[in-house]
Ligand binder design. Structure first.
Ligand code: AMP
Ligand code: MG
Length: 416
């Protein structure tokens, strides 16, 4: 009598298990701010100055005392003499009473001035004693002045430990004078493909491909996804479909890597050697999850390295990477916020098929604000992942009628 298999693990449970195993890498390094895009900050960044350092002008125009302009409007035909000129990078002097200072964007507002009138609201006059300006408006105090510290105050934490650095974050770090940043070291990932049918593009031209041979596509997107997540990738090529070769490959990779990532060979057929190989070298802690595509997903340990086995079918491999490997690698680098934001959007399709597994459908936003479904949802059809711009999270046993609001996760939330 065979005992029935327990139900497959849910995606949420599998993710929680994976994250619990992802201990943050302890080592950090200092990298040039130029090279820190996509890296994870290892310490809080505290500002040693305020930004902007001084009150400065938001416009090209004239710095004034508002009361002086009011007075000029009443008694001087709106005209004030220009008493100084302040360009960005220079510093003015105290604004002389009943005068205006020519000022340019970013230049410090001179002491005494309380507003900047933009030059479009002024008329330049040639006065016998030098330049003068006629104001067409009376400014309110504070007009067009960017206040000292309005961006960053002295001592503020501008970026926190665990933050994934974006181009804008690099700019912000530079604005407080940081030319090097402390970041968590890159995870070292060994990448393998498995499958005797795999051929590298370039090795055999399409016309000479033997029957049954296919090009290795997973290797290309997995490598690219890993690089986007800040990993150092050792691409260790294709492992033949033999147990001894699989054991040897895993063993060799375990020493120098934080993670061994494989694709294929993790299902239930006799040609699937990944599971027994991992079990012979370490532990297999998770195998198969209740999602579609992507059921044959595996997690374990091979010596001190983490092991993740992705399914061979390209879409399964791609989707499970986005849903499980991405958060795992971000957590490994100390990122705390990596859950993708989903959006409620109307389905412009129907999906009657109720599956016991949670499905992730490849869809694309249309001009009407709805979602179109790629017609072929097969796990082998990689076109769906290129045509689509995201996934619909389709709960088990659910049906989707035209117009129903569904949970849409844009790929932009899952790539990097
Ligand atoms: P497997 O999980 O090894 O049984 O593979 C499932 C399916 O995915 C088979 O049709 C394989 O040929 C295909 N496959 C496996 N690895 C790759 C790969 N690296 N690139 C493209 N297709 C693959
Ligand atoms: Mg295979």
């Amino acid at each position: 009598m065979t005992t029935p298999r327990p139900p497959l693990k849910s995606l949420d449970d599998a993710l929680a298990q994976l994250l619990a195993c992802a201990t943050v890498l302890a080592e950090q390094e200092s990298v040039s701010t130029f090279d820190a895009d996509g890296r994870v900050l290892a310490q809080d960044l505290v500002s040693a100055l305020q930004v902007p350092a001084l009150d400065n002008s938001a416009m090209d125009g004239y710095a004034v005392r508002c009361a002086d302009v009011l007075h000029a409007q009443a008694q001087l035909d709106g005209v004030l003499p220009v008493s100084q000129r302040i360009a960005a990078g220079t510093e003015g002097t105290v604004l002389a009473p009943l005068s205006a200072a020519r000022i340019f964007t970013g230049a410090p507002v001179p002491p005494g001035a309380d507003a900047v009138v933009m030059q479009e609201d002024c008329e330049v006059l040639q006065h016998p004693d030098g330049a003068a300006v006629r104001f067409k408006v009376v400014p309110a105090p504070g007009l067009n002045i960017r206040r000292a510290g309005e961006d960053v105050t002295l001592g503020a934490v501008v970026l926190s430990k665990g933050e994934l650095l974006t181009p804008a974050a690099l700019g912000l770090a530079a604005s407080i004078g940081m030319n090097f940043l402390p970041v968590v070291r890159r995870p070292r990932v060994a990448l393998f493909s498995t499958g005797d049918e795999l051929v590298m593009p370039g090795d055999v031209p399409p016309a000479q491909m033997k029957p049954g041979a296919i090009y290795n596509s997973n290797r290309f997107f997995l490598r690219a996804l890993l690089l986007r997540l800040g990993c150092e990738v050792s691409d260790l090529g294709v492992v033949p479909d033999r147990l001894d070769a699989t054991v040897q490959a895993l063993q060799g990779a375990a020493h120098h890597h934080d993670l061994i990532l494989t694709s294929g060979g993790v299902s239930v057929g006799e040609e699937d050697h990944i599971r027994p190989a991992v079990q012979s070298l370490g532990t297999l802690d998770l195998w198969q999850i209740a999602i579609k595509p992507g059921k044959p997903f595996a997690y374990g340990r091979v010596q001190q390295a983490h092991f993740i086995g992705l399914p061979g079918n390209p879409v399964s491999s791609f989707v499970t990477f986005l849903l499980l490997v991405r958060p795992f690698l971000l957590k490994l680098q100390g990122v705390q916020q990596f859950a993708p934001e989903s959006i409620a959007a109307p389905a412009h399709f129907t999906c009657a098929k109720a599956d016991k597994r949670r499905e992730f459908l490849r869809v694309r936003r249309n001009a009407a604000g709805g979602l179109d479904l790629f017609p072929n949802q097969s796990s082998g059809v990689l076109t769906s992942a290129v045509w689509g711009d995201g996934l619909v999270d389709h709960p088990p046993g659910h049906t989707i009628a035209h117009g129903d609001l569904v949970r849409f996760i844009p790929f932009s939330e899952l790539l990097g």
